[in-house]
Design a protein around this ligand. Structure first.
Ligand code: FES
Length: 328
């Protein structure tokens, strides 16, 4: 999956130039990119669920999940969905690149790793969110682990990797559902998740409505068994757009203004307040902060409802009031 804007960038010196060896349109507006060193050799290793940051020709950096088998270190495979309404990174990747080009690529990072202690794995993908699931399926298959995939997309024409998924090794493990753009025909996730098999973990990557649906129907699952990846693309804005607000830092007594369109985390950074963070998309839990006063506008996929009065994920969540007081 792709197109993050909140994640911290890499310096050019930290990135590798990789050659675009192949570029194929594998579904409507979805392109598979094969990136490899100019001279054959091993790339930095990765685990299923990892992504890389890629600098598009228009110099915007975008994150893309690696979808090849983690055991294959000769190349990185990513799929890019051309998002005409996006900020231009995916369009530049789709339109301004050609086989033979060199692209700057970061080492792999993983905020969406498989839990080695899970007894079984339920993978739920929406649209281009299938990409990390492919690597996961390959890793799980190699380990002989128990898994199944639920893959929702609009139509067969917009569904990437159908051929890969027809591998006999995956037979009986995959449910593909097309809604044909009609919300009335969305897959009913609830009945599929009503009973948690002992030790099962669920992993979801896709548009926010799907992730929200999975969040809602797994409220009775332990939160540590439910994993999300979205790269910050689908954080919901309030109707009418984000409003500015203030954050009071209880320990120092300082107040930091959070403008519209800027996260609390970023506003603190600009004020030289150092706080931990990792995914910066509301999915990993690293930026969890104690909320002492105020009402949070919670947009993350970490906190349960009963935790939201006292905690906030400052990388994505905002305020429903003028001032939040944080235990910082
Ligand atoms: S940095 Fe991952 S949830 Fe905020």
């Amino acid at each position: 999956m792709a197109d993050a804007v909140t994640m911290k960038d890499f310096a050019e010196s930290e990135m590798m130039p990789l050659r675009l060896h192949a570029k194929t349109e594998i579904a409507q507006d979805i392109f598979l990119f094969e990136l490899a060193p100019r001279e054959p050799g091993d790339l930095p290793a990765f685990t299923a669920g990892s992504h890389i940051l890629v600098r598009a020709p228009n110099r915007l950096s975008r994150r893309y999940s690696l979808c090849n088998d983690p055991a294959d270190r000769s190349r990185y495979l990513i799929a890019v969905k051309r998002e005409a309404a996006g900020r231009g990174g995916s369009v530049s990747m789709a339109e301004d690149t050609a086989v033979g080009d060199e692209l700057l690529v970061s080492p792999p990072l993983n905020y969406f790793a498989l839990d080695p202690d899970a007894a079984s794995h339920v993978l739920i993908a929406g649209g281009i969110g299938i990409t990390p699931m492919l690597a996961m399926m390959r890793e799980l298959k190699a380990k002989g682990a128990d898994f199944r995939l639920i893959y929702c997309s609009r139509s067969p024409e917009t569904t990437a990797f159908l051929e890969d998924l027809s591998d006999p090794a995956f037979a009986g493990r995959i449910l593909v559902h097309h809604d044909h753009g009609d919300r009335e025909r969305s897959l009913a996730i609830g009945p599929l998740m009503a009973v948690r098999p002992e030790g099962a973990h669920v992993y979801c990557c896709g548009p926010r409505p799907l992730m929200q649906a999975v969040r809602d129907v797994t409220r009775h699952w332990p939160s540590t068994a439910v994993h999300f990846e979205d790269f910050g693309t689908s954080v919901s804005a309030a109707p009418g757009g984000d409003q500015p607000f203030s954050v009071r830092l209880a320990k120092s007594g300082r107040t930091v203004e959070v403008p519209a369109g800027v996260s609390i985390l970023e506003a603190l950074r600009r004020d030289d307040v150092v706080v931990p963070s990792s995914c910066e998309s509301g999915t990993c839990g690293a930026c969890r902060t104690t909320l002492l006063e105020g009402i949070g506008d919670h947009r993350d996929f970490v906190l349960d409802e009963d935790e939201q009065d006292d905690a906030i994920m400052i990388c994505v969540s905002r305020a429903k009031c003028g001032t939040l007081t944080l235990d910082i």
